[in-house]
Design a protein around this ligand. Sequence first.
Ligand code: COA
Length: 368
Amino acid sequence: MWRSHPPASRDSASGDCRGVCKAAIAPVGKMALNGCLMRWQELEEEYKGLQEAHRQYKQKLQEVTELQTSCSASIRCQKQKLQELLVHLRRYQTKASAEELDTVKALQQSIKERQAVFFDMDAFLPQKNSLYLSLVLGSINVTLLSRQAKFAYKDEYEKFKLYLTIILIVTSFACSFLVSYRVTDEIFNFLLVWYYCTLTIRESILISNGSRIKGWWVTHHYVSTFLSGVMLTWPDGEMYQIFRSQFLYFSLYQSFVQFLQYYYQSGCLYRLRALGERHNMDLTVEGFQSWMWRGLTFLLPFIFADHFWQLHNAITLFKLARHPLCKEWQVFVLAVTFLVLFLGNILTTLRVVQQKVQRKTESKSKIR
Ligand code: COA
């Protein structure tokens, strides 16, 4: 190929220039190659180190997996034995003397505390997924192995709720006051279905990681998904139009309460993290408790108003269902669903408050 180039053109570059080029290229070329070789040697050394580190990493992973299996098995075994012990104690309690009764009670208390410790231990061990998670995600392990990772996931869950709450406030406001089309209502309801569905998945993962979310709040999100799904299928008509505004105002208010809730929940999360304390509320978290009570006292009236609005929705829908023009099955189903939400929410909120008051009294009596 090079022969096709006329010699003149190859010589067109001056001899000097060619010489300079030759002189410059040759050492640079050599240096570049030498440099590459040196670089390769360095990389080889680093690679050997990396290979060793990775071998150690895999070995440690293997050790961790073995430890996880043995810890899980021991915890299971201990739990079973404690359960049997509790049954024995309960039987013995009936025929125990007054002195023995004290011992039995102390033992029962210790067993309860040990079970709580096992709950915390389990949060750091791989768990079998719940049926729902298995259906949605398959048999993937969702247990996060460090406190930081758990905190980051919970923090992200709260932020996800905040962003979606803001979007829901904007869309429900737009549907209430700016646009009145069936299609925008459908988009809003579809957004609600997707939001609540996502929450159920995230909350199931949080529970697998040791979160103490009350079962009802997760159920509440399943029921809400169902409710929004039914709203989505409710055909436009006189009945729909009668309830439409009430539902949209309610959604707007509920999103506002969720917005307030975010500040309370994330405040709890950060304060508990700063204390390095999660669930065992003892005297060291007294400051946290007073902050929590201030937050709760502010939040609870809004939450109860939300619950009673749900009851109001149920009553309105029950009345609509008896209307002579009402033909849609959705009206009655929605009435029942709102009633279920009201009952579940109010009972759980009251229970949460009662438990917190009880814990407060217990910690006060500890001080004395
Ligand atoms: N949704 C999701 N998680 C919740 C929750 C809810 N509604 N309520 C509590 N949790 C979580 C907490 O973040 C905490 O999680 P963690 O173990 O990972 O730290 C755990 O459950 C235990 O919380 P608890 O101490 O029982 O309650 P709290 O002080 O965090 O919150 C209330 C108390 C009353 C403010 C809260 O339960 C609440 O907001 N309830 C009303 C919810 C509602 O009705 N929503 C619909 C209308 S907006």
